[in-house]
Design a protein around this ligand. Structure first.
Ligand SMILES: NC(=O)c1ccc[n+]([C@@H]2O[C@H](COP(=O)([O-])OP(=O)(O)OC[C@H]3O[C@@H](n4cnc5c(N)ncnc54)[C@H](O)[C@@H]3O)[C@@H](O)[C@H]2O)c1
Length: 440
């Protein structure tokens, strides 16, 4: 067992990734300073309030804020003076009007922190970046670093899932590090994660380009799996086969596995869509055309699911959404999250409203975020209130609360018993027995 040697860890960016990482680094026994530029977000986090929903994270933050092992600031000077290991956890959104990733936030961290560093340091990138970024920034760091100061950059991509962020950080499937041979990054990263590596988490060390591609390839594979099963679902629908039975049966094969084989409304969120587009764009720049073609199709199939869902809704409303009242259950891009970035559920709700439906949305956690993005939709505080007088109920995010709904009780709230199960998470038989027209 390696003896724990607490480090002074700085985390730049306290969003979903950074706030989780900062709290988990403190949980692993390190001293942590979180640097956040957004004043409101910074103040909330410093008070122990998360600006987003992630199970268990507020409690973990509060525990380490109270003990003083975790602090929050906006001062790069303080970070440079105090820190030993610096994690970059800022956003890498899709560039406006392009498929590529916008790296301005990652670049800005490097531009600001490196000139302030007066002793050797290790910077570990966690943000998802296109292959070649670490090499480019290493060259830039060599230009920015003060004389006699060696700043080493390595990449340690993050694989956490929102809704499972703490367990994915403290018990990940694997840790990946991309670094140059002969530097200190491997030893220091080992020290950062020694507790979980000792517990058996595989620690995979490789060159920086490979580490960057591991993250992009992992997300692209997951997206491909979802679009694959949705493509098969179209064949099932056209032939009268049952996609649920098909997916269950092929999932028994170890080589395939049953996860990510749920046909439905497809993927969204702040990661998969922008990550497959960024990977596609980078593959194109590198002349790797097979990856470009494959990922374009994966993206196309996925976006098509949203249009298809609206068609199913229109069919359920006798061919016309105009004047119909539709209850949309679920707004976050997935359950156990309040993240509505590129949410398929909200996208469908918006399309139906454009076709004349009066749409009322309910979500257990994501109503505030949804109202900011789609202020013209109506929102209800409970599923029952959203469904009152509805001509159609649509379940578009698979929160457990929805699979537990009582179809008999809900049947007395609606005007017409028609339900679209966009995530195939309802008990079809129970809903049909309660007199509902069930569509999926
Ligand atoms: N959210 C996830 O589930 C997840 C999982 C794995 C990887 N990632 C990757 O992690 C990165 C961050 O994602 P996120 O979802 O946490 O993003 P986010 O937008 O929620 O958070 C980014 C934070 O960085 C802050 N920031 C921006 N510039 C800054 C700067 N110069 N200094 C300090 N703070 C700054 C922003 O104010 C914001 O609070 C992305 O590359 C993403 O692809 C995210």
């Amino acid at each position: 067992m390696t003896e724990l040697n607490p480090l002074k860890v700085v985390v730049f960016g306290l969003g979903y990734l950074g706030a989780t990482h900062a709290a988990c680094m403190a949980e692993l026994g390190h001293e942590v300073l979180g640097i956040e530029v957004d004043q409101l977000r910074r103040e909330k986090i410093a008070d122990g309030h998360l600006p987003f929903y992630e199970p268990g994270l507020s409690e973990l933050l509060r525990k380490h804020l109270a003990s003083g092992t975790l602090r929050v600031s906006d001062s790069y000077a303080e970070a440079a003076e105090w820190g030993e290991v610096f994690f970059i956890a800022v956003g890498t959104p899709q560039k406006k009007g392009e498929s590529r990733a916008d790296l301005q936030y990652v670049d800005s961290v490097v531009e600001q922190i490196v000139p302030l560093m007066n002793r050797d340091a290790i910077i570990l990138g966690k943000s998802t970046v296109p292959v070649g970024t670490c090499r480019r920034l290493t060259d830039r760091i060599d230009q920015l670093a003060n004389d006699g100061v060696h700043v080493e950059l390595a990449w340690n991509p993050e694989f956490l899932r929102e809704g499972h962020a703490i367990s994915d950080t403290l018990r990940p499937d694997r840790l990946v590090l991309g670094c140059d041979p002969g530097g200190r990054a491997e030893k220091v990263t080992y020290q950062v994660y020694s507790r979980i590596i000792d517990e058996g988490v595989p620690f995979l060390v490789m060159d920086t380009a490979s580490a960057e591609i591991v993250k992009a390839a992992a997300n692209s594979f997951l997206a491909t799996k979802i679009s694959f099963i949705n493509a098969v679902a179209e064949v099932c629908e056209a032939s009268g086969a049952d996609i649920k039975q098909v997916a269950d049966a092929i999932g028994y094969d170890d080589r395939i596995g049953s996860k990510f084989l749920n046909a439905g409304l497809g993927f969204g969120g702040g990661c998969l869509p922008k990550d497959i587009r960024a990977f596609q764009a980078r593959a194109g720049e590198l002349g790797a055309s097979s990856a470009v073609g494959l990922l374009r199709e994966v993206d196309f199939i996925n976006m098509n699911r949203r249009t298809r869902m609206v068609e199913i809704a229109r069919r359920a409303c006798d061919g016309n959404l105009l004047g119909k009242r539709v209850a949309v259950l679920g707004a976050s891009f997935k359950p156990e999250s309040d993240d509505v970035r590129d949410s398929p559920a909200l996208n469908v709700a918006g399309q139906m409203q454009l076709q004349g439906a009066s749409v009322v949305v309910y979500d257990p956690e994501a109503i505030d975020n949804s109202a900011k993005v789609f202020p013209t939709l109506d929102y209800a505080p409970t599923a029952q209130e959203a469904c009152a007088g509805a001509d159609l109920v649509m379940v578009l995010t698979e929160w457990k609360e929805f699979s537990r709904l009582n179809p008999t009780q809900l049947g007395s709230e609606v005007r017409k018993k028609a339900v679209v199960d966009g995530r195939m998470c309802l008990d079809r038989r129970a809903w049909e027995l309660a007199g509902w027209n069930y569509l999926c």
